[in-house]
Design a protein around this ligand. Structure first.
Ligand code: ATR
Length: 271
């Protein structure tokens, strides 16, 4: 029987995940279907229960349910525990196992698709919400020389940096404190691009050859990437690669096979 998967979110209409997983399934010969499901804002847990009752084997979770998914799980991977959020659920024997593939997807996109080394580099992470939190563990695992978390609300960045201090050289602060510092990689994990806004970055924040990376994506430059271009970032990337890589990682969690991401990313870019 064909195994069933889905992604829960609200809104969910424009999700690319069904198309991505359909391409992965075709490519690997795995017998599965994957659909998008709108969960009511106050009905995430019930939606998950319904899907399990219908025979669902696993699910992805997107905005705004990742923290609630974390609380729903009977078992958590170490990276999900660190992230405090879950984007990948596996259902078996009446139990829910939670994982988080977002940070791994980001690091894989950076390291493989964008050939950007992280070891020994200076990294700036913008934002201190769920997206930033999920990225911190996997980024620190790659042994950067320094990782600075900067946020509109500086105290949240401080708190996040303290939480991850045991894993590497990380510190937090506000945007104003970035004056005079330069970074090899600047990752935007704020939701500012959604409102067409960009964090206020000072001149000189991009070191020569630096990559500006926005976890968001859309047609054309996001507000952050437009700013990065003006500030002289050598390279720009949006979050479409991260989306495909986190999906591949989830596919691997569920099926034990790792799909090739390059043709899928190329197909999405062409569409
Ligand atoms: P997510 O789970 O997507 O990270 P979140 O937890 O609501 O969402 O966090 C949103 C992040 O974007 C926060 O770091 C937020 O800054 P504050 O902590 O100061 O709220 C940041 N953010 C949202 N809009 C922003 C804007 N216009 N400029 C700068 N930062 C913004």
């Amino acid at each position: 029987m064909t195994d069933r998967y889905c992604v829960f979110g609200n809104p969910i209409g424009h999700s690319k995940s069904p198309a991505i997983h359909a391409m992965f399934a075709r490519q690997t010969g795995e017998d599965l279907v994957y659909e998008a499901r709108l969960a009511p804002l106050d009905g995430f847990a019930a939606s998950v229960r319904d899907f399990v009752a219908e025979g669902g084997r696993g699910a992805n979770v997107t905005v705004p349910f990742k923290e609630e998914a974390f609380r729903l799980c009977n078992a958590l991977s170490e990276r999900a525990r660190l992230a405090g959020a879950v984007n990948t659920l596996s259902f078996a024997d009446g139990r829910i196992a939670g994982d988080n593939t977002d940070g791994a997807g980001l690091v894989r996109d950076l390291a493989e698709n964008l050939a950007t080394p992280l070891a020994g580099r200076r990294i700036l992470l913008l934002g201190a919400g769920g997206a930033a939190r999920g990225a911190l563990g996997p980024l620190l695992e790659r042994r950067p020389a320094a990782l600075v978390v900067a946020n509109r609300t500086a105290a949240r960045a401080d708190e996040l940096a303290r939480h991850f201090a045991a894993l590497g050289p990380v510190r937090g602060g506000g945007f104003a404190e970035l004056a005079g510092e330069a970074f090899d990689l600047v990752v935007n994990a704020t939701s500012a691009s959604l409102a067409g806004e960009a964090p206020p970055l000072p001149d000189g924040v991009f070191a020569p050859g630096a990559l500006a990376y926005d976890m968001m994506y859309g047609k054309g430059d996001t507000a952050f990437l437009a700013l990065a271009r003006r500030l002289g970032a050598a390279r720009l990337a949006d979050g479409l690669g991260m989306l495909v890589e986190q999906a591949a990682e989830a596919f691997h969690v569920w099926r034990g096979v790792r799909p090739e991401t390059a043709p899928v990313l190329a197909a999405l870019r062409a569409a």
